[in-house]
Design a protein around this ligand. Structure first.
Ligand code: ADP
Length: 219
């Protein structure tokens, strides 16, 4: 199986606070990796470093066999990121939101319509595509955030607590979308503090708990 991500001895501190202290794991194509841990365990820090939002202090990160820092631009094109805080424009339609972000990823004009519609369908928002997100429920906004992250068909999708504080219907929708993406060959990394979600969908789990990290397979 193709190794898509290799992390070795990753470290990040905020002043004296060691948020991530020596995390190592490998991830293979089509796997779902769950990062599980309580608040403050370092999940967001890890995921922000992997999403290139934050710089590591030490360690090695290789995507597709290439060092992250040396191939940043190319690697970024292959990543989809769903941050914990919503990154959407409330006052423009869902369709336009996706279109805008997809064009930033360099999707060609003639492919744009298809890409946007596919993403909308994927998260089950086709019927509400012309509505503004300010009229959406919290769960629908999260689904839109996911649509934005997948329209450019990333090889790896990274999500930070995508199911926190949303209705059960949206939660189920998000979990089954993640599984569907996996079937299509997308690799998924996501954080949660719900053990049952990890049991439900993850192939591999990293447990982060106050500077003790372990990686183990889950099936
Ligand atoms: P989690 O996502 O598991 O809740 P975080 O990665 O957000 O954990 O936080 C890990 C630790 O780093 C916590 O002690 C948190 O207070 C600290 N931390 C996170 N972000 C910052 C920051 N920007 N500045 C200072 N400390 C931070």
């Amino acid at each position: 199986m193709e190794k898509v991500l290799e992390v070795k001895n990753l470290k990040k501190s905020y002043k004296k606070n060691k948020a991530v202290d020596g995390l190592s794991f490998d991830l293979y194509r089509g796997e779902i990796l769950g990062i599980l841990g309580p608040n403050g365990a370092g999940k967001s820090t890890t995921i922000n470093i992997l999403s290139t939002i934050l710089k590591k202090d030490e360690g090695e990160i290789k995507y597709f066999g290439e060092e992250l820092e040396k191939n940043l631009k190319q690697i970024k094109q292959n990543l989809g990121v769903v941050p914990q805080d919503l990154a959407i424009y409330e006052d423009i339609s869902a369709y336009k939101n996706i279109e805008f972000f997809a064009s930033l990823y360099g999707i060609k004009k003639e492919e744009l319509k298809n890409a946007v519609e596919e993403a909308l369908k994927f998260v089950g928002l086709e019927e509400r595509k012309d509505d503004k997100p300010k009229t959406y429920s919290g769960g629908m906004k999260r689904r839109l955030n996911i649509a934005i992250a997948i329209a450019h068909k990333p090889k790896i999708l990274i999500l930070d607590e995508p199911t926190v504080g949303i209705d059960p219907q949206s939660r189920n929708h998000i979990l089954s979308s993640i599984q569907k993406l996996r079937k299509e060959g997308t690799t998924v990394i996501y954080t949660t503090h719900y053990m049952e979600e990890i049991e439900e969908i993850a192939d591999r789990v990293i447990i982060m708990d106050h500077r003790q990290e372990n990686s183990r397979g889950n099936n």
